[in-house]
Unconditional design. Structure first.
Length: 316
C-alpha cells in the first residue's frame, strides 16, 4: 500500500528536517510526502527542495500560503484531494515516526480491510531520551459507567455547568462515542492518525474544521458520528516531542477549545441512540504496556544515531 504522509509545518525548520528524515528512514518504502507550510519561508522551501533531491523516487509536494495557520484547518480536507496514496498519515513537524511505523500500519490495514481510520499510541521524548508513553483507547475500551452526560438529556449546547448525572442507568454502559469519552476526560484521539483514503475522503468533505487547537479531536469525532469504522492501535508508532511552550496560556486555550469543540461536534453530528462503529476484531500485536523497556530505550538510542547520520548528509 502507498502512504501519503501529511506534514503540517510553521517556522520550525530544524524540527521539519528531522520529521522528514523519519519518513525517509522507514522500512516501508512506498510513501509520498505532502508538506503544508503555513506562512511559508525560503528556508522551509530549501528544506523541501533538498529532501526532494535526496528522494528522487518519491512524490514530494510542497504547498505554501501567505498567512500563518491557513492550512491548520483546511489541510484536513485538502490532503485527501492532493494525495495519491491508499493510506493517509498525519504527522506534525515536531514529531517523528518510528522506523517500522508505516510497515506496521501497512500490515494492519491489509489484514483488516473494513477498518476506515485509526488513532494510535506513542512515545514521548525529550532531547535523546524517552520520558514516557501514551496509549489511546476506543470509547468501548474504557470502563463502563452508570453516569450520563447531561447534554444528552438537556439538549445542546450544554457546557455550563459541566455535568454528568450519576447513577442514571441501572446497569453500567460503555461510552457511546469518541466525543462522549472525551467529555469524561478519557483519551481516545492520539497520534499517529491514519485514514483509508478510499472510504474517508467522501466523508472528510462534509466536515468543516473550526478549532485552532484541537482540530484532530474535531475531525475524528465528526468521522465517528458519521459512522466510519475505527479503532485504537496500541503499538507505539510515533515519537512525540516534549518541548516548552507558554504553559498557562497554551493550556487555557486548549482547554477552552476542547469544551467548545465537544459540544459543537455533538450538536452537528450526533444522532439519538448513537453508538460508535468501533472495529470488532482484535488487532494482534497490540502493546498495552505504558512502561518503557530497556529494549525500547536502546531502540530509540539507535534511532537517534541513524537520524544524526542522515541529518549530517542532509546538511552537506
Amino acid at each position: 500500500m502507498i502512504f501519503s504522509v501529511i506534514l503540517r509545518t510553521f517556522n520550525r525548520p530544524d524540527f521539519l528536517k528531522e520529521s522528514l528524515l523519519s519518513v525517509q528512514m522507514q522500512t516501508h518504502e512506498d510513501w509520498e510526502v505532502i508538506i503544508f507550510d503555513d506562512g511559508g519561508s525560503l528556508e522551509s522551501f530549501s528544506i523541501f527542495s533538498k529532501f526532494k533531491e535526496l528522494n528522487p523516487g518519491h512524490r514530494i509536494v510542497y504547498v505554501t500560503s501567505k498567512t500563518s495557520r491557513e492550512f491548520f484547518k483546511s489541510s484536513w480536507q485538502q490532503s485527501f484531494h492532493l494525495s495519491m496514496g491508499d493510506l493517509i498519515v498525519r504527522l506534525d513537524d515536531d514529531d517523528l515516526l518510528t522506523q517500522d511505523s508505516l510497515s506496521s500500519l501497512n500490515q494492519i490495514y491489509l489484514d483488516h480491510p473494513k477498518l476506515d481510520f485509526s488513532y494510535g499510541s506513542m512515545y514521548r521524548f525529550q532531547d535523546e531520551k524517552i520520558i514516557g508513553s501514551q496509549i489511546s483507547s476506543t470509547p468501548v475500551e474504557h470502563p463502563p459507567t452508570r453516569s450520563i452526560w447531561a447534554g444528552y438529556i438537556e439538549g445542546h449546547p450544554y457546557n455550563s455547568p459541566w455535568t454528568f448525572y450519576d447513577d442514571f442507568y441501572e446497569e453500567p454502559r460503555h461510552f457511546t462515542s469518541v466525543i462522549h469519552a472525551s467529555k469524561a476526560n478519557y483519551l481516545c484521539v492520539c497520534h499517529p492518525m491514519v485514514f483509508r483514503k478510499s472510504t474517508v475522503q467522501h466523508f472528510a468533505d462534509k466536515i468543516t474544521i473550526t478549532s485552532n487547537y484541537v482540530d484532530d479531536l474535531e475531525f475524528i469525532g465528526s468521522l465517528d458520528y458519521l459512522g466510519l469504522c475505527h479503532t485504537s492501535i496500541k503499538k507505539k508508532l510515533l515519537y512525540f516531542r516534549h518541548h516548552s511552550y507558554d504553559r498557562v496560556t497554551g493550556e487555557t486555550q486548549i482547554s477552552n477549545d476542547i469544551l467548545k469543540i465537544r459540544d459543537l461536534v455533538d450538536e452537528n453530528w450526533r444522532k439519538d441512540n448513537f453508538q460508535s462503529n468501533t472495529y470488532k476484531n482484535q488487532i494482534q500485536g497490540n502493546d498495552l504496556k505504558w512502561e518503557i523497556t530497556e529494549e525500547e530505550h536502546q531502540n530509540f538510542f539507535q534511532f537517534n544515531q541513524d537520524l544524526k547520520k542522515n541529518l549530517d548528509l542532509f546538511n552537506k
